[in-house]
Design a binder for this molecule. Structure first.
Ligand SMILES: *[C@@H]1O[C@H](CO)[C@@H](O)[C@H](O)[C@H]1NC(C)=O
Ligand SMILES: *[C@@H]1O[C@H](CO)[C@@H](O)[C@H](O)[C@H]1NC(C)=O
Ligand SMILES: *[C@@H]1O[C@H](CO)[C@@H](O)[C@H](O)[C@H]1NC(C)=O
Ligand SMILES: *[C@@H]1O[C@H](CO)[C@@H](O)[C@H](O)[C@H]1NC(C)=O
Length: 380
């Protein structure tokens, strides 16, 4: 009797685990903005780099006399700091318009150059990737740098970002449905660029690392667990697929495996193959994958497929291949105007046992952007 009750309870717990949908504790707090008051910039993501957080953003512009001016450069990066208690350092500063702003103050010299280089065949004669026929190559980072190694002695950090070679018209029409993707490597050496102004180096590992007939694995997000990088790609039709590679072999395409028809294979599938889809790995829009040690689960937080509302969805899974729970809307920020690039920032947490998450999104207010930062605590 006792035994069967115990096993029923265990089975119950296992079933709950497989479909874990977290509950928000209390009211999420708006902490402020994430901002460099000298740069107007769009769509930031972040990852923990040693004692600081590294942010990578899309289109960035300097401010002059309180308004964004030229040049547009297609990506930029920044540091934010932490307090001695391990929480993100909240500061106040004067913004470009002369108002007091509060939140995470960004630093780092971008020299008005793209953090992720625009390549020779991507209209690289200017920092925006603008072509003479009014089209544009938008080399926009859409997921956080994926940190693959940190040397405990030197503090040297290696990270990677895959970016689609998106070619668009001046009306934001995509010229190639499923663009190829470039792999970039980010290297940070605290002894070289460890002060507040020095940013990590970026090198181009390979243009067309993924070709137009392959999934752009890594561009939809990724997570590293036990020295394996799990990389999600999404095609134009909205299908999400998964690849894996050992963290030491990220630049070696022959070392990758792909999740196809419920199994790992070394044969790369086609971008539109039907047996590569991972249901519910994301709600369709931009977001962040991470691993929660508190829950022992893989997590995705982000936006629904076609939405400009700051409605945050979450889905969880016991393994990167799923099954993922059906995404649920756990928090909606106040809608001011067009909001997108909903992101989670596990790197801002003080430690692996903090049962909470930081969120950001981008608000596009008449061509000027700002990035609200929110703190959400979960029920234990
Ligand atoms: C964040 O930025 C917006 C737009 O500039 C501004 O209205 C708001 O007051 C800022 N929030 C804080 C907490 O500084
Ligand atoms: C970054 O590149 C510069 C110039 O090539 C070099 O001096 C510096 O050592 C590099 N830093 C790192 C961390 O690789
Ligand atoms: C994949 O499907 C898209 C439509 O979603 C299509 O435009 C593209 O040509 C297809 N790619 C291949 C390689 O078949
Ligand atoms: C983790 O961070 C939280 C939030 O700052 C703090 O309350 C907690 O004491 C920390 N736990 C450990 C084990 O350091």
């Amino acid at each position: 009797m006792f035994l069967s009750l115990a096993s029923a309870a265990l089975l119950g717990a296992a079933q709950v685990r497989a479909t874990f949908i977290p509950t928000v504790s209390g009211t999420p707090q708006l902490i402020g903005n994430v901002s460099d008051p000298t740069i107007d910039r769009d769509s930031c993501c972040s990852a923990r780099f040693g004692s600081r957080e590294l942010w990578t953003c899309r289109d960035s512009q300097p401010y002059a006399n309180g308004v964004p001016t030229l040049p547009i450069y297609s990506s930029s990066a920044s540091w934010t700091e932490f307090s001695s208690d391990g929480t993100p350092l909240i500061q106040s500063w004067t913004d470009a318009a002369g108002n007091t702003e509060t939140g995470l103050l960004c630093s780092g010299d971008n020299y008005e150059e793209p953090f992720f280089p625009i390549l020779a065949d991507e209209c690289d004669t200017n920092t925006a990737g603008a072509c003479s026929d009014n089209t544009r190559y938008v080399i926009w980072p859409n997921s956080p740098p994926l940190v693959t190694s940190e040397d405990a002695t030197t503090g040297i950090i290696e990270a990677f970002t895959w970016i689609t070679e998106a070619h668009i018209t001046d009306e934001f029409v995509t010229l190639v449905a499923d663009p190829a993707a470039t792999l970039y490597q980010i290297t940070y050496d605290p002894s070289v660029n460890g002060d507040s102004t020095g940013l990590p180096n970026v090198t181009t590992v390979q243009e067309n690392f993924w070709t137009t007939d392959q999934m752009p694995y890594g561009t939809y997000g990724g997570v590293v667990v036990d020295d394996v990088a799990y990389l999600y790609g999404q095609n134009a039709a909205g299908t999400v697929a998964l690849a894996q590679v050992a963290v030491g072999s990220v630049t070696d395409k022959s070392a990758y495996q792909y999740y196809v028809n419920g199994e790992w294979t070394s044969t790369i599938p086609g971008v539109n193959d039907t047996d590569i889809a991972i249901a519910n790995a994301g709600a369709g829009g931009q977001g962040t994958f991470y691993y929660s040690s508190v829950w022992g689960l893989y997590v995705w937080i982000g936006q629904a497929g076609i939405s400009i509302a700051p409605d945050f969805y979450i889905t969880t899974a016991a393994s990167p291949e799923g099954p993922w729970t059906e995404p649920t809307n756990f928090y909606s920020a106040e809608y001011v105007t067009e909001s997108y690039t909903l992101q989670a920032h596990p790197g801002l947490l003080a430690n692996a046992s903090e049962n909470a998450i930081y969120l950001t999104y981008t608000v596009n207010l008449a061509g000027e952007y700002y990035t609200p930062l929110i703190y959400v605590q979960w029920e234990s």
